[in-house]
Write a protein that binds this ligand. Structure first.
Ligand code: KG4
Ligand code: ZN
Length: 340
């Protein structure tokens, strides 16, 4: 099946053409980051307006790159939620319109389901597996038994890991979103310089908390301001990254031990992080667990990732009705009741 996939949940307008939920024929991502950076974060109204401007050119580019016309499309997969309602609506309405005009089915997919299965675009992972999803809005551990069949084992009780990166970067005086920049600076720093807190490390749950870490960065910067670039800034970044990765790895290890999982998928924008990637690799080597992380190009928001669950659903007769609406919040655990 040749699917068109569309993603507009936050600040990336993305479209992709994917065959059989595995072969990426094209993947186009138009980022609004430069526009939102001036405001220090994503401005929902601006995001919707930019999606409206960019979507048609992005979809046309994806079709051109794939070398196919609209008539070749057999279905549409689109992010239905969670995300910014106005932003979601742009992609969702376009997907519905294309499906109706072409008389092909469409399916609304959970954004995090896309992230979870991005790694399948490189190599399939047999079910069941444990998944750590770390993005700007999510830090969740899921037990994944199949498409649509997810159980949350743990989650952040406040900020997401990506949010902690971006907020801490802002405190340090870096432009939005600072996650990737902290990662780059951390590589030249000493992670033992500052002992940042490891929230909820020994609370016996699989939950995370990152808001205290951000406060600790604020206090540290107030006490000893750092210039960027400088060795002190690199050390600060390395110490921060060490605290985040330590907690993510420790909770993931606890989840592996608790569930007896033999396979781990790490996904979402923060899965680009070099410290997290190497830490997860050594954790999995030590525990004899098979690790799958998408290449960095597929970790961040993109449309191709949606085609993996999208293709599964459409080829199993799960089709969304034209009356379906977007949803700003959507619990992954309820998908098996609502979608399947
Ligand atoms: O998955 P994603 O592209 O969008 C959401 O669904 O949220 O994730 C974006 C998040 C941002 O917070 C960004 O700063 C973070 O991923 N990020 C990173 C790195 N690259 C992106 N965080 C840490 N290290 C990185 N290398
Ligand atoms: Zn995302």
């Amino acid at each position: 099946m040749i699917l068109l996939a569309i993603e507009t949940s936050c600040d990336e307008t993305a479209a992709a053409v994917v065959r059989d939920g595995r072969d990426i024929l094209s993947s186009v991502i138009s980022s609004q980051i430069a526009i939102h950076a001036a405001y220090g974060g994503v401005v929902p109204e601006i995001a919707s307006r930019k999606h409206l401007e960019s979507l048609a050119p992005v979809v046309n580019q994806a079709l051109r790159d794939a070398g196919v016309g609209m008539e070749a499309l057999e279905g549409v997969a689109v992010t239905r939620g969670p995300g910014l309602s106005g932003a979601l609506l742009v992609g969702f309405s376009a997907a519905k319109a294309i499906a109706a005009a072409r008389k092909i089915p469409f399916v609304g997919v959970h954004h995090i389901e896309g992230h979870l299965f991005a790694t399948f675009l490189e190599q399939e992972v047999p079910f069941p597996f444990l998944a750590l999803v770390v993005s700007g809005g999510h830090t969740h551990l899921y037990h994944v038994e199949g498409f649509g069949n997810y159980t949350t084992l743990g989650r952040t009780i406040d900020d997401a890991a990506g949010e902690a990166y971006d907020k801490s970067a802002k405190i340090m005086g870096m432009p939005y979103p600072g996650g990737a920049l902290i990662d780059r600076m951390a590589r030249n720093g000493n992670p033992d310089t500052i002992r940042f807190p490891r929230p909820l490390l020994h609370d016996g749950t699989l939950n995370f908390s990152f808001s205290g870490l951000k406060t600790a960065v604020l206090q540290q910067v107030a006490k000893s301001p750092v210039a960027i670039p400088s060795q002190a800034a690199d050390d600060l970044c390395a110490s921060f990254q060490e605290a985040v990765c330590h907690v993510l790895a420790a909770k993931t290890e606890a989840a592996i031990r608790q569930t007896g999982a033999t396979r781990l998928v790490v996904a979402g924008g923060v899965a680009c992080n070099s410290g997290l990637r190497s830490r997860m690799a050594s954790l999995c080597r030590r525990l004899g667990v098979e690790l799958s992380i998408p290449p960095p190009s597929l970790c961040g928001d993109n449309a191709a990732m949606l085609a993996v669950p999208g293709d599964y659903y459409l080829s199993h007769g799960v089709v969304s009705p034209q009356s379906l609406d977007v949803t700003a919040t959507w619990n992954m655990d309820s998908i098996k009741e609502t979608l399947l």
